[in-house]
Design a protein around this ligand. Structure first.
Ligand SMILES: CC(C)(COP(=O)(O)OP(=O)(O)OC[C@H]1O[C@@H](n2cnc3c(N)ncnc32)[C@H](O)[C@@H]1OP(=O)(O)O)[C@@H](O)C(=O)NCCC(=O)NCCS
Length: 629
């Protein structure tokens, strides 16, 4: 469409357009990288504009002016989210922050709770029917402009035309300012979290299944994690914000959107912030379906996606699971944004869940981000009732359905080793946990990842094996109570009746993952994994370790302990043991059979009463045998 023919009277210059804004107006400005920079600059320049209230989601261009006292006398900025560029101004009280769920902001405009006099937006040139595109910012921009008394649009040929609900007819716009300029680019510093992100990415990839639909929250870390999901298959996307981090996974066809049951085949989003390359990627690309925030972020819409996994970040998490993501103490740092919308939506999604990922420390390792209590002034957007998984570079804490006691143990375990004892001591003082609770190992337990395996049983079912962790206490207890008396008797040689906190502590106290080890076997039951087997070795005399197993009755004779003995032997050898010893009841034919099968040369050293003591020496691995042997 030729605008000069269709609506010549609407076409004007920026200074003329902003001169139509009245003193005291409430102005909505388009979001983030979609903001009309040219119009903003002219608005600030026009000295007749006084006492102006600006509402915006993510603000870049105005950050150039916030240190000027005369600007601050004329403009009052109300931001729904504090961008990196505005952070200093927020700390200094130069801008104001409106805490709100993104899904709810459009309603505030439609209901006129927040009245808008003028909307400054940016659009692509119109097509032959007169439709421009809101391009990279549909989010709250559509609602902002729809409820403004006057709409001024910068028509910029660099604004991509995006698919979905992005189209605005020129009839809906009052003034058109034709001005091309590059869009704002916003690139996260992807190298910032290198090693930490790799480790967090490793853990996150363990809980995200192929075919999941992902939401990636604001911030560098969630975006960096994406690259570590490149081993997955057929991921889908339903998210607020698209960044450059999505492109490699789209190009490698890791993201196919094939398994999405809601709007299959398409990436659903409402905002795009990144490089020029990203803007060209979404331009006229039907794979992207952009809708406004009241749709994309509506938890009931999010929940229409089965297996929706929300991955977001946080500034602090306290030991009870309260998440602070918008302030550092009293300092407002970012915003509520999309976190709560997606946590709730993922909780309602069939098979869905949420992950809050954060580095375990801040300020070069000086402070822990897993904290006994949130910093003074810190706000809670995501309550302890909303949180599912918390992941740091030290592991995964699963909080849903867990008591305060369990949460403390889960979270202390994934805090930085140097803060673990402090956290546990605080929790004891506050009676969150038992007074005799042991502090989780203060080692970096990343090496335990090598001991995580899966094994297919003779009956075709798959069992997961991993080292026992302190947070397994309840699961461990339930396992023992699920066993029959005979099984307990075979394992402990007497009819042990209670597996109390003290008993479990005693077992766990001995596990150092080197000289003393316990591997558990887990099966999935609904959304929960239950222990069905434990194999342990513990330091015995000289360089021998004493080994013992217990397998739940319904899983016996399927090869579990035969598998576990191999695993335990490998770990024991790494820890310089040369063999196993075991005390077995003479009538325990199954156990004796397993040992004899693995160690045909085993020696019976003592045979008294009903028990035998076995010595089973490891065979040196071929690589360990010297050539001249
Ligand atoms: C002993 C125990 C750990 C074995 O675990 P499991 O996972 O069932 O063991 P596996 O399936 O790997 O192997 C069991 C083997 O014993 C054999 N077996 C079972 N009952 C047997 C019997 N009465 N006589 C001879 N062999 C028997 C099975 O056929 C199988 O051999 P295969 O692999 O050659 O077919 C398990 O039965 C258990 O938990 N028992 C109670 C606790 C206990 O006894 N602990 C040992 C303390 S040291």
């Amino acid at each position: 469409m030729n605008l000069y023919e269709y609506c010549p009277k609407k076409i004007t210059t920026a200074d003329d357009a902003v001169s139509k804004i009245k003193r005291g107006s409430r102005i909505f400005v388009g979001t983030g990288c979609g903001e009309p920079q040219h119009l903003i600059r002219f608005m600030v320049k026009d000295m007749s504009l006084q006492d102006i209230m600006v509402y915006q989601m993510l603000s870049f261009t105005l950050a150039d002016f916030v240190d000027d006292p005369s600007f601050l006398r004329r403009f009052s900025l109300k931001l729904f989210f504090i961008s990196k560029e505005m952070r200093k101004a927020a700390f200094e009280g130069k801008i104001d922050y409106i805490p709100a769920y993104l899904s709810q902001i459009p309603k505030m405009f439609y209901s006129h709770r927040i009245g808008i006099d003028v909307a400054l937006i940016q659009v692509s040139p119109p097509d032959k029917f007169g439709y421009c595109s809101l391009g990279v910012s549909i989010d709250i921009t559509r609602a902002g402009m729809s409820n403004a008394k006057m709409v001024i649009a910068q028509v910029n040929a660099n604004m991509p035309r995006t698919w979905g609900d992005s189209f605005v007819h020129v009839d809906e716009i009052d003034w058109l300012v034709l001005q091309d300029e590059p869009l704002v680019e916003s690139l996260p510093i992807l190298t910032r979290y290198n090693e930490i992100a790799r480790r967090i990415g490793h853990y996150v990839s363990q809980i995200v299944d192929d075919g999941a639909t992902l939401q990636i929250g604001f911030g560098t870390l969630p975006n960096v994690i994406l690259q570590f999901l490149d081993g997955k298959k057929d991921l889908g996307i339903h998210t607020q914000l698209i960044t450059d981090s999505f492109i490699p996974l789209l190009e490698k066809k890791v993201i196919t959107n094939k398994k999405k049951n809601h709007i299959p085949g398409r990436v659903v989003a409402s905002l795009c912030m990144g490089s020029e390359a990203l803007y060209r990627y979404v331009d006229n690309n039907p794979m992207f379906y952009f809708r406004s925030s009241e749709y994309v972020n509506d938890p009931t819409i999010i929940a229409k996606n089965d297996n929706l996994v929300s991955i977001s970040s946080a500034l602090e998490v306290d030991l009870t699971g309260q998440v602070c993501s918008d302030s550092v103490g009293y300092l407002f740092y970012s915003g509520i944004g999309d976190q709560v919308d997606f946590l709730r939506g993922s909780a309602m999604s069939n098979g869905g869940f949420s992950i809050v990922a954060l580095p375990s420390t801040a300020q070069n390792g000086k402070v822990s981000r897993i904290v006994p209590h949130l910093s003074e002034g810190a706000g809670v957007a995501t309550t302890r009732g909303d949180v599912n998984f918390v992941v740091t570079e030290y592991g995964i804490a699963e909080l849903q359905g867990k008591s305060i006691y369990q949460r403390v143990m889960e979270l202390a375990q994934i805090s930085h080793p140097k803060f673990r004892d402090e956290l546990v001591q605080f929790a004891k003082k506050r009676h969150y946990i038992f007074g005799d609770q042991l502090t989780p190992s203060q080692d970096d337990l990343m090496f335990l990842e090598n001991y995580k395996t899966t094994y297919q049983l003779k009956n075709g079912k798959t069992i997961e094996f991993r080292p026992l962790l302190p947070s397994d206490e309840f699961n461990y207890r339930n396992f023992f109570y699920s066993l029959q008396d005979q099984t307990i008797y075979f394992r402990f040689f007497y009819r042990m009746k209670t597996f109390s906190h003290e008993v479990v502590q005693k077992h766990w106290a001995s596990v150092d993952y080197r000289k003393n080890m316990s591997i558990i076997g887990l099966v999935q039951r609904g959304g929960y994994k239950e222990i069905i087997a434990i194999g342990s070795y513990a330091e015995s005399e000289s360089d021998l370790a004493e080994i013992a197993f217990v397998v739940r009755e319904d899983q016996q004779n399927l090869g579990i302990s035969s598998y576990l003995i191999n695993q335990l032997e490998t770990i024991a050898m790494e820890n310089h043991y040369t063999g196993f010893t075991a005390t077995v009841l003479k009538e325990n034919f199954a156990m004796l059979h397993v040992f004899k099968k693995k160690y045909p040369d085993l020696k019976i050293t003592t045979s008294s009463g009903s028990e035998v003591v076995l010595i089973m020496m490891f065979k040196a691995k071929e690589a360990d045998i010297p050539d001249n042997a």
